[in-house]
Design a binder for this molecule. Sequence first.
Ligand code: PMP
Length: 354
Amino acid sequence: MLNIRYEKTTAPKELPAADNPLKFGTIFTDHMFLMDYEEGKGWHDARIVPYGPISLEPSAMVFHYGQEMFEGLKAYKTEDGRTLLFRPNKNAERANNSNKRLCIPTIPEEDFAQAVKAMVKMDERWIPTKPGTSLYIRPFVIATDPFLGVRPSNRYLFAVILSPVGAYYPEGLNPVKIWIEDEYVRAIKGGIGEAKTGGNYVASLASQVKAHEEGYSQVLWLDGKERKYIEEVGAMNIFFKINGKVLTPELNGSILPGVTRDSVISLCKHWNVPVEERRISVEELYEAGKDGSLEEVFGTGTAAVISPVGHLRFEDHVLMVGDGGIGEFSQKIYDTITGIQLGKVEDTLGWTVE
Ligand code: PMP
């Protein structure tokens, strides 16, 4: 149990206006959680202080070798005024899996959860209430040792910041266009693909820029070795419904194990819908598109929960999914998960934490 020191802001900010679209990741709340790590002392000095710049030496290791980890989850306000987190224990667990891969000291899961809960409670007035809105929570750790040699840092900073975010799809689910990347790769087995760390995202930028220029909203990554098998999207895992079966690439070491992915698989099992985690090739996908057995494609992630895919492109081949509209199954999954998050659908799987 952390002994958190509180320093409340003396200048609370004005909340965003009711008509503010709350563009993702642009507005930050009044406070931030900070905690230091030093070799010998362990994690210490947990504190909630006014949100603001942090001071680091230019030699801090994170600036040079990218030793850092981050997480992303959300808090929701229910109609009856309760505040719910969605499966925060999964994020605490994934944070430590990332930490281990990145040689960052782990954070006890209960301390991670306590830090998140204390911050949400502190800045609760910032949780937006319009349909589809939420409070995005960004925990992260950075290496702070002022040292230019390549080795794991001896000092770290763990921080939690909060950002009110608008509805991903203000007008209801809207199918996206996906570019299947055949030039760059995001991650390879044995690399850092399954860790949530900046390096994976900087590796994706060139491809993302190219896809945007071509009019595509996100990139679908293939395996780094054979460039044949489907891995995941920029910030989402990917699912296919083929011949009544739900398919998603198996976790092979280079894919981020999404919390939403795990939730979709659990719901399928709960509903007795056949679901398979296995290797899926682009060829299999295009064959299913050709013979009419490809029913739905959707991405899963904290930001949008479910993103139906209406159109994919691989090299010069365009694949339209169904009639380009919203699949029945995608809609059902979306309604169920968002319903649980907002306390409107019974949480039979015990996913929310008040
Ligand atoms: N893959 C990547 C690369 C991501 O950044 C994310 C977003 N965290 C996901 C998948 C989906 O994960 P989650 O469902 O936990 O948000």
